[in-house]
Write a protein that binds this ligand. Structure first.
Ligand code: URA
Length: 437
């Protein structure tokens, strides 16, 4: 008879900072996935990891075991390479929406697996679901078929994909053990690589609106994501990018879809366009579609200018049950009934916009979830009229709130409070801070 997993000894080892023997972490993942280790013992181990960390070998073993805890999708029948992007989460980060159809239009296959809003950050699946009828809850067979037919699809984690992560993540969420680099690495990589991609570009956010506020932590996370990816036989690079102010102008689900469509039409805010092209270039080189970043960028610019990426987006929206007419007529998207201007706190130059505060504000307005089971309101959100570096007259509005209730005094005050103004112009800070390979 197989010996039962000794959870007490395993927790004790981790608590005391001793290393687990080879295979022990794998046995632990196997045991808790089938329900042989109760949640309280899993939680105790997680907290011990939070304080004592994991050795590189243990992080690798945890990731690999979680990756193989359910179905591992294989795209054997594609005529080209697969590549995906993963963002560690930000405010106004709608990049996946224009990026996947753009990279697909350039010849790579993009089996994109996305998440829902987490804390103050928005999630791609919630944004896409604001398109009436759009269904990202794809079965594995449908996901594979759509990727084969259209070069990309927007899916989410299902119970079949990395179920160990689903279980661990739910426990981490309620035991204050999310912000732990080895656990984040295992969580992100297990579901990405179980979804069948050969390569991933990581957009690791840093700054006020990111989970990794400190640049050094963001770099450490990026290095870990790349190192474990390589050990798994995958190709990976990372951009560390600035999340000190929201990305683009729109924050909120349907509003971000509208901004994504502007990007696909060749317009939209400069920072969203720039990051979309930078990540597209990384993905095309990583997938081997283009030999270098300059050629890849040129190809991506052409796919935006020709409308090929926009056509792709329209096609996938229809294929996933969504109202494709909304792509050409955004008034078909949900919209909150009231538009309330946010006055500037004073005149001057915008020096900082607290992206964390604005992300939280949109959650509070109903655009995100306070509890896992909450429904999100697709129509609410904020459109920033002024960003860092812009000059503002004392009476000019700096933003518009899209709200359900016109009595929005508290929300307006909170939005005004997120802006810091100064008399002098601020120094420009870059968007892509660092590239790691
Ligand atoms: N996103 C994930 O998928 N997992 C984490 O642990 C953190 C962010």
């Amino acid at each position: 008879m197989a010996q039962a997993f000794d959870a007490r000894a395993f927790i004790r080892e981790q608590r005391d900072g001793a290393r687990h023997p080879p295979g022990a972490v794998r046995d632990f993942v196997r045991a808790f996935t089938v329900g042989d280790v109760p949640d309280y013992q899993v939680s105790a181990w997680l907290m011990a990891v939070f304080f004592k960390g994991l050795a590189d070998e243990e992080t690798f073993e945890l990731t690999d075991a979680m990756l193989h805890s359910g179905t591992v999708i294989r795209f054997e029948d594609l005529k080209g390479p697969t590549v995906d992007k993963h963002s560690t989460g930000g405010v106004g980060d709608k990049i996946s929406l224009p990026l996947a159809p753009l990279v697909a239009a350039c010849g790579a296959y993009v089996p994109m697996i996305s998440g829902r809003g987490l804390g103050h950050t928005g999630g791609t699946l919630d944004k896409l679901e604001s398109i009436p009828g759009f269904d990202p809850k794809l079965k594995v067979a449908d996901f594979k078929r759509l990727v084969r037919e259209h070069h990309f699809a927007f899916g989410g984690q299902t119970a079949e994909i990395a179920p160990a992560d689903g279980k661990l993540y739910a426990l981490r969420d309620v035991t204050a053990t999310i912000e732990c680099i080895p656990l984040i690495i295992a969580s992100i990589l297990s579901k990405k690589y179980a979804s069948g991609t050969d390569a991933v570009v990581f957009d690791v956010k840093t700054g006020r609106g990111a989970f990794m506020r400190e640049r050094a932590d963001a770099r450490k996370l990026a290095e870990g994501l790349i190192a474990v990816s390589k050990r798994l036989g995958k190709r990976a690079t990372a951009l560390v990018t600035n999340m000190d102010q929201p990305l683009g102008h729109a924050i909120g689900n349907a509003l971000e879809v509208v901004e994504s469509i502007e990007i696909l039409r060749g317009g939209g805010p400069a920072d969203v366009r720039e990051l979309t092209l930078a990540l597209a270039a990384e993905m095309l080189v990583l997938a081997g579609v283009e030999p270098d970043a300059a050629a890849a960028r040129k190809r991506a610019e052409q796919a935006l200018a020709s409308g090929a990426a926009l056509d792709n987006f329209r096609t996938i929206v229809a294929a996933q049950g969504g109202d494709a007419a909304a792509i050409d007529d955004p008034t078909r998207l949900p919209r909150a009934p009231h538009l309330v201007p946010v006055p500037a706190p004073t005149g001057g130059f915008v020096h900082a916009i607290d992206s964390y505060a604005l992300g939280e504000l949109v959650v509070h307005m109903g655009g995100g979830r306070a509890k896992k089971e909450d429904a999100v309101d697709p129509g609410v959100g904020i459109v920033l009229l002024k960003k860092v570096g812009d000059s503002v007259d004392p009476d000019e509005p700096i933003a518009h709130l899209h709200v359900r209730d016109s009595d929005a005094g508290d929300l307006v005050r909170a939005a005004t409070g997120a802006y810091r103004m100064e008399k002098a112009m601020p120094h420009a800070s870059g968007l892509v801070l660092e590239r790691l390979a």
